[in-house]
Design a protein around this ligand. Sequence first.
Ligand code: SF4
Length: 429
Amino acid sequence: MKIYLQTLGCPKNVVDSEILLSTLDVDDVTLTTDAKQAECIIINTCAFLLSAREEAIETIFDALRLKQAGSCKHIVVVGCLPQKYKKELEQELPEIDFFFDELDFVQIGRRLKNFLRLSGGARYNRYLITPKHYAYLKIAEGCDNRCSYCTIPSIKGRYRSRSRQSIINEADQLVDSGVRELILIAQDTTSYGRDEKGALLADLIRGVGAIDDLKWLRLMYTHPAHLDHDVLQEIRTNDKLCKYIDLPIQHISDSILRSMNRRIRSADLKDLLSTIRSMIPDIAIRTSVIVGYPGESDKEYIELRDFLADMRFERLGVFKYSREEDTPAADLDDQVPEHVKDERVEELMYLQESISLENNQRLIGRVLEVVIDEFDPEENRYIGRTQWDCPEIDNRVIVKGDTTVGSYINIEVQEAMEYDIVGSPVDIR
Ligand code: SF4
């Protein structure tokens, strides 16, 4: 049977899809990357924002058109959308064969194998959708933080850490299969172990970092209210850990942080950021902010803008507030008009573009270690990343010269753009 799986949303969905494919990757299954060739189409959905739900519904209708055309026999929908709206979806879209609302993707795989009458044992190693040299490692599910604008706790439930040993076993398997970069993910990685009263994040990092052939370990989705000194010490001293941290601050104004229920005051946030900068001088801090949150007047917005101009984050994501049903923020007064949100997003992205260009220009002449992620046949060049860049969301390195995908090479930086740098391989032995 030919199966096509489309993954929407975040890296946590990528891991879920990989686990599902590992369960389905049996003798009589061929995984295809062309939906038109598929007898069974599986869609792993995101429901975090209205825009994500609209994209999921559009993707479902695309698959339905293929089913009506007769090329596809079965359509299966998994992930956040059925986890939140299964009943409604089953009523509205009876043509869909299955809506799975489980969080356990091995379980979904087993049920799907029965439904599709597939035989044979599942794969031992995780099937990777990402290039084979890096993989995401999900260390927990759910979230207890209850930020006022966020729907995730109502979809994924309470925070549940995976056992330290199961994570290290999976990391071992992935490194054995050729992965050299592991990216730690969860809704909030810094809450790891707090629900179990067990090993905390710093200890887990030491455990995964001890795997011999692992080259880079990257920390994503940290929460400023839970980021502790031990973790920072690991980033500072652990050679495997990229000098990089993803630390969403969302805002800097005290009244907005309080209303968002971010559990940290502006002064403490500033202290934390200056501690990070002093402890790890060459770190790249990635953050994300939300503009247009209810109650964000010009005063709060200007406070955020001026703070970003001062702080000069190396990597920044700017999102406009999305009024999500069943969230406390949706019922707040002082909702900000859409055009004001758009103007603020545009202004902050324009500000960040100049900060990023200046940061990149300072790299010209430096020799940096780069991992090669892909070959771009159209441009006839290799594309890579530094330790300061997470796949898919951060800056790229355009490599002039020959190399191989998955290799770690040294390049000398020759050109700088807003978000990309260009360089040639150098031999520094
Ligand atoms: S930390 Fe806040 S924004 Fe992130 S998943 Fe949890 S509730 Fe949502």
